[in-house]
Write a protein that binds this ligand. Structure first.
Ligand code: NAP
Length: 285
């Protein structure tokens, strides 16, 4: 009979502690559930913990986290650190999309898009990096988008927020490599999540039937929504996250899903002009 207890094992081989943002649905929730079948302790960050009670178990801990609020971030991180004295993996997943022409942008809508998708990522990184630096290891995975490498009308704010996430990844990789902290981005194509159903914010003037952009809106918006709602399964993102975690030689960024696999290689291989022509043809712009 073995005298080794669970807490002995925990002390000698601590399970990796993961924090994921925006965990209540889509890719976030799929990742929480997928990683929980492996040897991780997962803190599922969400603005509404009550929505995650159903998946709570001993290695899935829902935690209140609003990435637009620094004290909410501090509170979540302090809670995790006090219990485990480490945070091994951060997955910056929370995000949403604003659909608006630039001409119609409302100041608060514009600020909020970057507040969540860009400054939210930076705030959580800023707060966790000192912990990872002290423990001399860490992995940060940013969920960006294939739209972080493509311009599309009506999505200028969303796409530019994801271009920014790509820039954050590239710069942070250099800044943190001497501390044994890896930084990656995942560029998903379109995925069937709550994104188009609940988390697309539409600008009323852009969607007004008398808008000068009404032809563009009626041609493009349903196509994008349809492609998202018929997109890939979020589990593919979760599987990619595990692959990145398990491979310390993994490259800076990964593409997942049909649309990303279609456009990202083209983006690399074609000139800007030829790539733009492909996007015009594909989306009938
Ligand atoms: N679905 C796609 O086609 C697609 C494609 C490429 C990239 N992405 C990116 O993938 C990530 C996950 O999206 P998803 O497709 O899984 O969509 P989702 O099901 O809508 O989940 C997004 C999560 O982000 C959080 N969130 C949404 N709006 C927020 C706000 N205003 N403030 C703070 N948090 C907010 C929510 O978390 P809580 O409610 O739990 O706080 C929500 O669960 C996002 O960054 C998205 O931009 C999605």
């Amino acid at each position: 009979m073995s005298n080794v207890t669970n807490s002995d094992c925990e002390a000698n081989f601590p399970r990796k502690v993961v924090l994921i943002t925006g965990a209540s649905s889509g890719m976030g929730k799929a990742t929480v559930e997928f990683l929980s079948k492996n040897d991780f302790i997962i803190y599922a960050g969400t603005r509404h913990v009550e929505g995650l009670q159903a998946i709570k178990q001993n290695n899935i801990i829902p935690i209140t986290l609003d990435i637009t609020n620094q004290s909410s971030i501090n509170q979540a991180i302090d809670t995790i650190y006090e219990k485990h004295h480490r945070i091994d993996i951060l997955i910056n997943n929370a995000g949403y999309g604003l659909v608006s022409t630039v001409e119609n942008l409302v100041e608060e809508q514009m600020q909020m898009q970057f507040n969540v998708n860009v400054f939210g990522v930076l705030r959580v990184c800023k707060s966790i990096i000192p912990i990872m630096r002290k423990q001399e290891s860490g992995i940060i995975i940013n969920i960006s988008s294939f739209l972080g490498k493509i311009g599309l009308p009506l999505l200028t704010l969303y796409n530019s927020s994801k271009y920014a996430v790509e820039g954050i990844t590239d710069s942070l990789r250099h800044e943190l490599k001497d501390f044994n902290i890896r930084v990656h981005s995942i560029m998903p194509g379109f995925f069937d999540t709550k994104f188009a159903r609940d988390n697309l914010v539409t600008n009323l003037e852009t969607f007004d039937k008398n808008s000068p952009y009404s032809k563009l809106v009626s041609n493009l918006a349903p196509v994008i929504v349809d492609q998202i709602n018929n997109g890939n399964d979020a589990i593919e993102v979760a599987q990619m996250i595990l692959e990145i975690i398990n491979n310390d030689k993994f490259s800076a960024r990964a593409t997942v899903g049909d649309k990303a696999k279609k456009f990202i290689p083209m983006r690399k291989e074609l000139s800007d002009e030829d790539f733009e022509r492909k996007v015009i043809e594909y989306y009938g712009l």
